[in-house]
Structures are given as C-alpha cells and as structure tokens.
Ligand binder design. Structure first.
Ligand code: GLU
Length: 471
C-alpha cells in the first residue's frame, strides 16, 4: 500500500501554527513511509474563503519547505463531482430530501432540550416524498443502530453510537455540498490512506466513516492531533502574539527552527531537542504523539532559533538575513560580504531581525550614539587614543585591512599610551558602531571598512570636542 496523506486547510485565514504543525506531521509521516502528500484547499465556504488566504497558506508551506507531491486541488472546482455523488446517494436511497422549515426544526430542538435529550434532526422527512422542485436540503441517511468505532492512531479507539449522530445535511438548499460530504468524496477519490488533522474534527470522523461506507469505500486511518494552547492554558490565538507562520518569518525566525519547534509540540524522542528535517523524517511516529494538548512556549522557540543561527550554514543564514536588511532600506550588496557579517554576529542574535539591527552599522553610518555608551566612552580622555589610532589606521594599506592588521594597530596604540586595550578599543567601538557592543574590534573595523572607519572616528572626535566646549 502506498501511503497517501493530505493537508486540507480552509482558506479563511493565514497558515497558523496549529495548521503548520498538522501539515508537518502529514509531511513527516508520508516521507517516512515513502508515500505521497496531497495539498487540498477546502474553499467551499465562499463567503469566508479568500485568494489572499490561499496565497498565505501556499507561502507558509513554501517557506517551511513542506513540499507536496500533488495539488493544490481546489474543492470549488469539484462541485460537479460532489453533486454527482449526492445524486447517486439519493438514487440509492442512502440520502433523502428534507423540506423541514426552520420553525419546525426550532420547535423540535426546543422540545428535545426541554426533555434533556441531545438535539438532533428527528428524521421527519426520512420516509416522506419531498417535492424536488420546491426548496429543500439533502440529508444523509445515517444508520440508526450500532456504533462507529474510530481506531485513532493517536487517541486510540473511540466508539460513537449511531443514535447519537444526526442525519447530516450534505447539500444545502442553495445546491452547495457541505463540508463532511466534500471531505469524504475527496479522501476517497484522492485515495487518501491516512487522515492526520486537528482533533476539532474528531466528531466529524464517525459521520464521514458512515458516508464512506454508504459509498462502498474503505475508510482511511485517522490520527487526530491535539490542539496547541497558549502559555495561559487557552487555545492558541492571536492574543498570544503571532500565530501566522509567515509572521514568524518576518520576525526573524528560521524555518528550520520553527519546524523543529513545531515537531516538539506534542511529539518527543527521548530528551532530544534539536532535530534536522531528515532526523524528523527518520524518527517521527504518530504513535508517539501526545494525546494531551501541548503548550506553546516562546522561550523554547527563541532558544531553537538562536541554536540554528549559531550552528546553521552561514551562507544559508545570509540568504535569509538579506531581506531583513532590505526592510531597513539597506542594500546588502553595498557593503561587506553578508556571509562574513553572519559569521561575526551569529552568537549575538536570537532572531534575524536582531541580527539585521545589530549589523546595520556595517552598511551605513548610524544616526545617534547610544547615550550611555557615548557618555562612558566618548570623553576627553578618549581623544588621544582615537587620534592615534586614526593616524595609524590611515597608514594601514588596504591589503592589511585584516583582523590581524587592525588588531596590531590597536595593540600598538594601547602599548604606546601604556593603557590596556579596552581604553582604545571601547571608544573606537562606540565611534564606529554607535554602541558599546559589537563583535571583536578587529572584526568590527574590518567589516566597516577603512573609509567609513576613518570618517566615523572623525565624527566622534568632533563630537567629543563639541561636548568639551559645551562643558
Ligand atoms: N478544512 C478543514 C480545516 O481547515 C480540515 C478538514 C480535514 O482535515 O478533514 O479545519
């Protein structure tokens, strides 16, 4: 048997973390079993589905690298097929027309509530011959006896008594098919063997299995993934910060960090925290997914992101950093090689947004000094070290504008002045970076380049002089 899974988002919003985790689980399961992954866009809710959402979902999947083998298929393009199936069910007596008015349904419901029984359709039209030319819906004739047993790959066996299940509407009065019908037809037509989805769909599963049985199809295996909670215990939502996958990209997270984070939400393998995608594929098993909901934890995501920034291939990180610099209006080709910047900064940033912020000085002059850093380091005593270091750097040939060359200059100036290196390096750093923190002074100056370094030292000397005059 070839394993076939599908991810079937409704395009009524962006790809959120829960959806991305479901997609990841589908992807890992199918890749591990050498199967095929189908993407299906469930866009039948015409009022709530938008093209922007479709694009956001595709963009999110693409950014995470969750590539699919077939699709995207759009349900709105398959209405003829759904209607043909509904007609077939009608012909076979497995579905029926219902023209119960809303008033009648409300009355039945009120009576059931008063009698403390679970409200559901009372089967009034089951044996009536409803006029097909008058307004009506089509209901599925659900079996009345017995039970449906879902052998869930995560939650185990769950039995549903057929008596508890409604005669579901499968075609609305406007002629459009409903969710449970379209899912069933698609899962059957697309030969899906494993349905992995959020556990908000658990109660749909027995209904879908009954419809599949009516169509003479074997049900797929089902795995319902528990939901993700925010740190306050409530279901993860916008309130908890970014929930869209693409927003994480924009905030400077690496796709591999987010994937690693998502796989650990509800799945574990011993104490291991860091997993490459290949390792996930090799180790992931639905049987090891937690039954209980998992809690989103930003610190853990940040830790993983920092880990991947530090341990990832600098070329790869540089490619992802480039658009973040672009957002600061920086053209990364107009300055030091981005890979060198990444190598210099990788231990200093939790996100690529941070990395872009602390690396802007490599590409352009900063506006203002950090007040505390300037107060501490750009004082009159810094004038002499800065003047000397400027003179020596000016004499440094461009081919000596290297870490060693720069280091030797700073060391020599400090030696000549009989002060420790920090007394030279710190004013120099504030002069060139605007802040008291940056990579090693030699690396910092190498990245900034000779011309900008000298220009910024001059600016600092002017600043010190102006302050001295004011005092
Ligand atoms: N379209 C459904 C949703 O977005 C998923 C349906 C399914 O996976 O069966 O929640």
């Amino acid at each position: 048997m070839t394993v076939r899974t599908r991810f079937a988002p409704s395009p009524t919003g962006f790809l959120h973390l829960g959806g991305a985790r479901t997609a990841l689980f589908c992807y890992l399961f199918v890749r591990r079993h050498g199967g095929q992954f189908v993407l299906r866009i469930e866009d039948t809710d015409l009022e709530r589905s938008t093209t922007e959402s479709v694009n956001a979902i595709l963009e999110g999947m693409n950014w995470l690298g969750l590539d699919y083998d077939e699709g995207p298929f759009y349900q709105t393009q398959r209405f003829d097929r759904y209607n043909a199936v509904i007609d077939e069910l009608l012909d076979k007596g497995l579905a029926y027309r219902c023209d119960c008015s809303k008033d009648r349904l409300d009355r039945v419901r009120d009576m059931q509530m008063a009698a403390k029984v679970k409200p559901r359709y009372d089967g009034h039209c089951r044996s009536r011959d409803v006029d097909p030319s008058a307004p009506h819906v089509i209901r599925f004739r659900n079996p009345v006896d017995g039970a449906v047993v879902v052998d869930d790959m995560i939650r185990g066996r769950i039995a549903f008594a057929n008596q508890e299940l409604d005669d579901l509407i499968i075609r609305r009065s406007d002629g459009s098919p409903t969710y449970n019908l379209t899912v069933v037809v698609d899962d059957a037509d697309m030969e899906i063997t494993h349905v992995i989805r959020g556990d908000d769909h658990v109660n749909n599963t027995p209904r879908q299995m009954n419809i599949l049985a009516a169509l003479g199809k074997e049900p797929p295996r089902y795995a319902h993934v528990p939901m993700i909670l925010g740190e306050d215990g409530a279901r993860l939502s916008k309130r908890h910060g970014a929930v869209s996958v693409v927003a994480y990209r924009d905030q400077g997270y690496l796709p591999e960090a987010l994937l690693n984070y998502l796989v650990r939400l509800g799945w574990s393998h011993g104490d291991q925290e860091v997993f490459s995608l290949d390792e996930m594929i090799e180790l992931f098993d639905l049987a090891d997914v937690n039954k209980a909901a998992s809690t989103f934890n930003t610190d853990k995501l940040d830790w993983l992101n920092q880990y991947y920034i530090q341990h990832g291939d600098p070329k790869h990180i540089a490619r992802l950093l480039s658009p973040q610099l672009g957002r600061l209006d920086i053209d990364p080709t107009a300055g030091p090689d981005l890979v060198e910047v990444v190598e210099a900064q990788s231990a200093r940033a939790k996100t690529l947004v941070e990395m872009a912020d602390i690396s802007a000085f490599c590409y352009r002059d900063f506006d203002d000094y950090d007040p505390a850093a300037a107060k501490k380091h750009l004082r009159p005593v810094a004038r002499e070290p800065l003047e000397r270091v400027r003179a020596e750097l000016d004499m440094l040939a461009l081919e000596d504008w290297t870490d060693q060359g720069i280091h030797r200059v700073v060391e020599r100036v400090a030696g000549d002045l009989e002060v420790n290196m920090g007394k030279v390096a710190q004013p120099l750093r504030v002069a060139v970076v605007g802040r008291a923190a940056s990579p090693g002074i030699d690396v910092t100056l190498r990245l900034v380049g000779k011309e900008a370094t000298l220009r910024r030292i001059d600016r600092a000397l002017d600043w010190i002089a102006a302050r001295a005059q004011q005092a």
